[in-house]
Design a protein around this ligand. Sequence first.
Ligand SMILES: Cc1cc2nc3c(=O)[nH]c(=O)nc-3n(C[C@H](O)[C@H](O)[C@H](O)COP(=O)(O)O)c2cc1C
Length: 246
Amino acid sequence: MIVLGVSGNPTENSNTDALVNAILDATGAETEFVKLSEINVGPCIACMKCVCTNECVLNDHFRWLSKKVMEADAIVVGSPTYYGAASAFTKAFIERLYSKRHVKLLTGGKIAATVAVGVAAEKMVSEWMGNALRAGGMEIVGSMTAKGTPCCFVCGPGESCHYTVWNAYSKELTGMDFGVGEAYKEYLEILPDNKPYAHGSARFLKSYRSVKDEPEVMAEAQRIGELIRKRIESSSTKAGDLKCRC
Ligand SMILES: Cc1cc2nc3c(=O)[nH]c(=O)nc-3n(C[C@H](O)[C@H](O)[C@H](O)COP(=O)(O)O)c2cc1C
């Protein structure tokens, strides 16, 4: 039983990596963790040369990584939220899985789980990753989101800025409730002179937010890992069966 974790977060000790690894550990299986920023996987160039062969012709580390995906009984894909979307590393990896879809749908039936970390828009990322992997015929057995560290907390220039992330996702500007105020109330005190996109003003109470300090978030990762294990055990499709269809 092999479970592959793929993280599209480029920073060290990220929440995304921590959650992908927590899920891997909870499977109790043989696991491998790949950090996309440490290898070279570029975007799909839509050359369509993979249509008949199910092999991408681009010469980068996807050749190696795609073999690992195909050998794995399950994959766990994690991404941070950048500009309301998955990171470019994650997007490139998922685009390249396109090569496995044509005619034979080689990733069909593969078990998968997703992790998205963000300040506000992580649910959109989670939804997109789930849909993209499902388009490759994968079965999403778990999909989790978590609140991470707002970039403003660690940017350096202080606590007053016109373009604060909490204002960018405020109800006043978006008309939507992304749960930012509630999620960060212990981290941030918005001061009375704060006016979205006119004058951002707050006091930071805590800076870095680590999912490892949040037992319910870590418990969800544990639950998904255990679910993956059970699903692999009960699955009639084995990694070898998928290979035989080539
Ligand atoms: C370039 C960049 C863009 C970001 N854009 C968004 C965004 O649009 N929505 C959001 O919810 N968070 C955004 N963030 C915040 C990250 O999602 C947040 O810091 C998250 O915790 C990163 O994941 P990590 O904790 O695993 O490092 C952005 C951060 C960076 C560096």
